[in-house]
Design a protein around this ligand. Structure first.
Ligand code: 5GP
Ligand code: MN
Ligand code: MN
Length: 322
């Protein structure tokens, strides 16, 4: 059933054993939301555990308490509530799905949300799940520490491209301002997020060599980057931001990044005017109009062909978002 912010707060208040989780391949929003909510609930004296079926990427290890995030094992966990953050379908939480037996509260902002939970609060106007967490904390007049403000600022800022994307609203900026007043330091957060190991910067020429541009007529193009397993080994999954290179090319409407894994291909999609969440949904993925993703269980060449064909079709339908 659909719930309000107040009802979400009430569900959290009523539960004692709470498991928090977020999507695999976690980003700043998934981790920031997870850590801020964990800090609040722990301070309330609740028994809280954070379970994530993935590693915490190096970039986000400046966030307080990241090392308290556990990986699910095969044991079954009973709880009063499982909170699923920043995920639009249950597949996105990986093994946590079967490891935890509890009613599910889903707090999310994806337009592609499948409303899979027992209780859901989905606001596709929110720039980040972090905004929803901040609203809940404000509704219960929680004490927001500097660490929590840092986590929430990171969540919000990373999902709206540091206030440059179309999802940046007056509320996004107001929340950011309030979080800075509570102790978040944008320049320090940016420094952590932008600092990369030398190997990642040094791999850029090889990454850019893979750039392919498909002309779809009327000056509109699709640009793609392909990261094969050899390159990914050097990058150690540190691929955040690469997709902006094809996205920022003049005339490019849709940018795609393919990441080859053992038996499937991870696909990231970005666009300026075309709803790419529709492309991702067609392959069992999801996301937002301008940023979406999916996993295609095919060899690289076939996955590329399928996605590029779907992207061309979506582009041919014309502009779908302003
Ligand atoms: P990214 O390309 O950065 O991995 O993902 C872009 C957006 O699409 C994010 O909001 C992310 O949550 C969503 N997304 C990426 N991959 C998937 C997927 O496999 N399934 C779903 N439902 N959403 C995805
Ligand atoms: Mn996310
Ligand atoms: Mn998000």
């Amino acid at each position: 059933m659909e719930v309000s912010i107040a009802h979400s707060a009430e569900l959290l208040h009523r539960a004692n054993h709470i498991i928090l989780t977020a999507h695999i391949h976690p980003d700043g929003d998934a981790l920031g939301s997870l850590l801020a909510l964990n800090a609040y609930l722990s301070a309330q004296g609740k028994q809280v555990r954070m379970l994530l079926d993935d590693e915490v990427p190096r970039t986000f290890k400046f966030l307080a308490d990241w090392e308290k995030i556990e990986k699910p094992d095969s044991s079954e966990i009973e709880a009063d509530l499982l909170v699923v953050l920043d995920a639009s379908d249950l597949e996105r939480v990986g093994k946590v799905r079967n490891a935890v037996k509890a009613p599910i509260l889903n707090l999310d902002h994806h337009i592609s949300n499948l409303k899979f939970a027992d209780y859901w609060y989905v606001d596709s106007q929110a720039a980040a799940t972090g905004e929803i967490i901040f609203k809940i904390l404000n509704a219960v007049q929680a004490t927001v520490t500097a660490d929590m403000a840092t986590a929430l600022f990171t969540a919000i800022a990373t999902d709206c491209g540091f206030f440059r994307f179309a999802n940046t609203s007056t509320e996004t900026l107001r929340f950011a301002s309030e979080l800075v007043a509570l102790g978040a330091k944008p320049h320090i957060i940016s420094e952590y997020l932008d600092t990369k190991p030398l190997a990642v910067i040094a791999a850029l020429p090889k990454v850019l060599e893979t750039l392919e541009i498909v002309d779809c007529g009327q000056g509109r193009q699709i640009a793609a980057l392909t990261l094969r397993q050899e390159i990914l080994a050097d990058l150690r999954e540190d691929t955040e931001g690469f997709i902006n290179y094809p996205r920022n090319i003049e005339g490019v409407e849709i940018a795609v990044m393919f990441k080859e894994t053992d038996n499937s291909v991870r696909v990231s999609l970005r666009s300026k005017t075309v709803d790419v969440s529709k492309i991702a949904l067609g392959f069992g993925g999801g996301g937002h109009a301008r940023a979406a993703g999916c996993t295609v269980a095919e060899p690289l060449s076939k996955a590329k062909r399928l996605i590029m064909e779907a992207a061309k079709k979506q582009l041919a339908k014309g502009v779908s978002i302003k």
